[in-house]
Design a protein around this ligand. Structure first.
Ligand code: XIL
Length: 301
C-alpha cells in the first residue's frame, strides 16, 4: 500500500499520529492526516485540564472534534490520558488525600463514560514511575493518595468502558532498564491479581542522548509475553537525513517483529507540529513534504 495507515493495516496494525484540534482547519495538515493515518491521539484535548477545567464541569468540545474527524476517516482513537501528574487543572493540583483520590476516580469515570465505545485504547495512567535507577514510583499528588491509585484508576476505567483496551503509558521505558523493570513488575502483578490491564504504551521520544535502544524489540517482547498488547505511542526521533530514516525504519521493524505490537503513533505530523522546542523529529517537513524518514517507515511496513 502507498500510505502509512493502509500499509500498517495490511500487517494487522494501525499507524497513528497525535492531532491538535486547532490545526484541523489547516488544509495541508488535514490533507496529510486524512490520507496517511488510521489512528489518532488527541495531543492535549483529552487531558485533565482540558476536559475538567472546573471540578465537576466537563468540556469535551475540542476532543469531540478530533473523535469526529477520526470517525469520518475511519481511524481508531487512542485516548490520552485519564490520570497523569502533569496538565492537571489548578483545582486538582491543590488537592490531596481522599478528596483528590475521589476526584481522580470521578474524572476517569466521567471521561471514559463520555467516550464509551469510541476509544480503541485508553492511556489510563501516564508516567507514574520515576526516572533513574530507583525503580520507584514517581512522587506526585496522585501517588501520595496511596500506592493503589493506579489499579483504582484501571478498575474505574474498565467499569466505565468495558470495550476499551486499557494501557499504562510511559517514557524512558523503551529499553530494558530499572524504570522499565519496575513497570514490568507492576504489569506482572496486575495480571496475577486480576487488575484490568490490556496494553503498555512506550512513548519512544528518541534523541542523540537517548537513541533507539538496541534492546527495543526484546523489551517490547518481554511485556507482550506477560499477555498484554504493546504499542509505540508517541514516536519522534531527533535528527535528519539517512540516520533519522534508518532509526524510523528500525523502530517500525521492532514493532512488526512483535506479534502483540499492534500499533505505532508518531507525536505529530510535520516537524513544525512537534512539541519539541527545536529540531526536525517527524516524518513530514514544515511544508508537509515526505521526508526520508517517511519513506523508511513506509518501506519497513
Ligand atoms: C505534550 C504535548 O505535545 C504538548 O503540546 C504539551 O504542551 C505538553 O504535552 N508525554 C506525553 C504527552 O504523554 O502528553 C506530552 O505531550 C509529551 C510527553
Amino acid at each position: 500500500a502507498t500510505t502509512l495507515g493502509a500499509s500498517a493495516a495490511e500487517q494487522g496494525r494501525y499507524f497513528g499520529t497525535a492531532v491538535a484540534a486547532y490545526k484541523l482547519s489547516d488544509s495541508t495538515y488535514s490533507g496529510i492526516l486524512n490520507r496517511e493515518f488510521n489512528s489518532v491521539t488527541a495531543e492535549n484535548e483529552m487531558k485533565w485540564d482540558a476536559t475538567e477545567p472546573t471540578q465537576g464541569s466537563f468540556s469535551y468540545g475540542s476532543a469531540d472534534q478530533i473523535v469526529a474527524r477520526a470517525k469520518s476517516i475511519g481511524a481508531k482513537v487512542r485516548g490520552h490520558a485519564l490520570a497523569w501528574h502533569q496538565q492537571q487543572p489548578g483545582w486538582a493540583q491543590n488537592m490531596s488525600g481522599t478528596a483528590l483520590r475521589n476526584a481522580m476516580l470521578n474524572h476517569v469515570t466521567q471521561v471514559a463514560t463520555h467516550y464509551k465505545g469510541q476509544i480503541d485504547s485508553w492511556d489510563v495512567v501516564n508516567e507514574a514511575f520515576a526516572d533513574g535507577s530507583s525503580g520507584a514510583r514517581r512522587d506526585s499528588n496522585l501517588q501520595r493518595t496511596g500506592n493503589d491509585w493506579i489499579e483504582a484508576a484501571f478498575r474505574a476505567a474498565r467499569t466505565a468502558d468495558p470495550a476499551a483496551k486499557l494501557c499504562y503509558n510511559d517514557y524512558n521505558t523503551d529499553g530494558q532498564n530499572a524504570k522499565s523493570n519496575a513497570v514490568f513488575a507492576m504489569v506482572q502483578d496486575f495480571k496475577a491479581r486480576g487488575v484490568p490491564i490490556d496494553c503498555v504504551g512506550f512513548q519512544s521520544h528518541f534523541n542523540a542522548q537517548s537513541p533507539l535502544p538496541s534492546d527495543y524489540q526484546a523489551n517490547l517482547q518481554r511485556f507482550a509475553n506477560l499477555g498484554v498488547d504493546v504499542q509505540i505511542t508517541e514516536l519522534d526521533i531527533e535528527g535528519s537525513g539517512t540516520a533519522q530514516a534508518n532509526a524510523y525504519g528500525s523502530a517500525v521493524r521492532a514493532c512488526l517483529a512483535v506479534t502483540r505490537c499492534n500499533g505505532i503513533t508518531v507525536w505529530g505530523i510535520r516537524d513544525s507540529d512537534s512539541w519539541r522546542a527545536s529540531g526536525t523529529p517527524l516524518l513530514f517537513d514544515n511544508s508537509g513534504n515526505k521526508k526520508a524518514a517517511y519513506t523508511a517507515a513506509l518501506d519497513a511496513l
